[in-house]
Design a protein around this ligand. Structure first.
Ligand code: GLN
Length: 231
């Protein structure tokens, strides 16, 4: 990777583990759709950056606190976030789903009554879960990363979790023993974020680079590499 410049133009935060958008491979390197898109866009637009992997919530908080210049982390463009952040053009469509352990007795939202549901702090999935908690009467337990959240469902401490559809389905295909039992709840498309009113040049470059890699086929190649081909 070409991203660890001490003198990079920008510091860009991502999530620690959110495959296929970002995940760590042996040796500590990061891979994934977001990572490859950012690399290709930076190359087109001639900027350098240092990648900073944080929990999703910490990434968003550091962006609000001006400690990083941008976030690319499968982050939904939502009206609430648009009060604090400026987003790029959307680059991927996603929605939130409910997942349970394979063989679970939980078949629908009503079965969550009195049970514990796992949520990932600061995410659109968590906001959705919280918004229907009263209606369905479940308890909530928060996690900082997706893997730990899935594991809590797998071992049966929590009966279900809310996660983004493309991430949950990729995880299940790659051996996570959960299953999706709901339709997708729309939570806004993924976008690259900067703090509102800051880093307009970076945002402009991201949008220009995104348009360029869509036009020359690089964008589709990256999507295909992670989603339509078995590695
Ligand atoms: N897409 C979700 C959000 O924006 C979750 C992102 C993540 O967990 N990295 O809140």
């Amino acid at each position: 990777a070409t991203t660890a410049h001490a003198d990079a133009d920008y510091t860009i935060a991502t999530d620690t583990t959110f495959p296929p958008f970002e995940f760590q491979v042996k040796g500590g390197q990061y891979k994934g759709i977001d990572i490859d898109l950012l690399r290709a866009i930076a190359k087109k637009e001639h900027f350098t950056y240092q990648l900073k992997a944080l929990s999703f919530n910490a990434a968003v908080q550091q962006l609000s606190a001006n400690q990083v210049d941008g976030v690319i982390a499968g982050m939904n463009i939502t009206p609430a976030r648009e009060a604090t952040f400026d987003f790029s053009k959307p680059y991927y469509t996603s929605g939130v789903v409910l997942a349970v352990a394979q063989g679970s007795h939980v078949k629908n939202f009503r079965d969550l009554k009195g049970q514990t549901v796992a949520l990932k702090t600061g995410t659109a999935g968590a906001a959705y879960g919280k918004s229907i908690q009263g209606k369905y009467g479940f308890k909530i337990k928060y996690f900082n990363d997706s893997n730990t959240m899935y594991n809590d469902v797998k071992v049966g401490n929590s009966v279900a979790c809310f996660e983004d559809y493309p991430v949950m389905s990729y995880g299940i295909k790659n051996g996570i023993p959960l299953k999706i039992i709901s339709k997708q709840h729309n939570a806004g498309d993924y976008g690259f974020a900067v703090k509102k009113g800051k880093n307009a040049a970076l945002l402009r470059k991201f949008n220009a680079g995104l348009a360029a890699i869509k036009a020359d086929g690089t964008y589709q190649k990256i999507i295909n590499k992670y989603l339509h081909a078995k590695e």
